[in-house]
Design a protein. Structure first.
Length: 263
């Protein structure tokens, strides 16, 4: 297992490039990392990348209206720019199977979006390039999320993918000194206010940019407006002297995985 301290040190240099407003591999949004999740088609994947998303997510969790198969995602990934950051979203999947899917398809990383214990996160992290560990807002376990080896901690609605906004003050339960991503009911109309109030490292949107909630298809106008809103408020808060960290560590700047040291 790679020690958490050395992982942070390896990431610091590459992350600083984006923190200064330099565009990353997929058109990095200034100051705030943006992930468009729930991608189900090649068209939507290319749309998100073209609009400037920092990462796109594919949901493998059973029961989701946006669930995709590894074979379908493999075909989509082959048609994306080589430097596109791609994340597989899993819920309580066996670690061995999760790692197999991520590496066989050629994804950049994984997102744990179930009740995965910290021990599984520690098992998975050395075997993928990037790991996001999700916690429901208000979950007592969020307070100990700093012990996770994940590269980012995602705070989501207790009902992920529902499009419901939760009380953003619940994100304050997250520990300092880690990258915090905010999700849950975000859309083009509220993402700016969410960034101003929570000051997360990144934001993650799914249903908020769909043609309608649960359709599994992205609305080009909503995707564009969401990313533009995040970019504008990112520039605004940077002008106030804010950098996107959720704690005292200045190394926790937006991550440029393509420039990380090889494993």
């Amino acid at each position: 297992m790679t020690p958490r301290g050395s992982v942070s040190e390896r990431r610091a240099g590459s992350g600083a490039r984006i923190a200064g407003g330099v565009r990353g591999p997929s058109g990095t949004v200034r100051g705030v990392f943006v992930k468009i999740c729930g991608i189900t088609t090649e068209e939507d994947a290319l749309l998100a990348v073209a609009m400037g998303a920092d990462a796109i997510g594919f949901v493998f969790a059973p029961g989701s209206p946006r669930q995709v198969t590894p074979s379908a995602v493999r075909d989509i990934v082959k048609r994306l720019p080589a430097d596109t950051m791609t994340i597989g979203v899993f819920r309580d999947e066996r670690p061995e199977r999760l790692v197999e899917i991520v590496n066989k398809i050629g994804l950049t990383g994984a997102q744990l979006h179930g009740r995965e214990p910290m021990s599984e996160a520690r098992m998975i992290r050395p075997q993928v390039h990037f790991l996001i560990h999700a916690f429901p807002a208000g979950d007592p376990a969020l307070a100990s999320a700093g012990n996770s080896p994940a590269d980012a901690i995602l705070v989501d609605s207790p009902t992920p993918g529902s499009g419901r906004v939760f009380d953003w003050t619940l994100a304050e339960g997250a520990p300092g000194g880690v990258r915090i991503m905010l999700a849950g009911g975000l859309d083009p109309n509220n993402v700016a206010e969410a960034i101003r109030r929570v000051r997360p490292w990144g934001v993650d949107v799914n249903s908020g940019v769909e043609t309608f909630v649960g359709s599994g298809h992205k609305d080009p106008r909503k995707v564009r407006n969401f990313i533009e809103a995040a970019r504008e408020v990112g520039a605004e808060v940077e002008a106030d002297g804010w950098t996107p960290t959720h704690g005292p560590d200045p190394d926790l700047a937006p991550y440029d995985w393509a420039h990380d040291d090889p494993r």
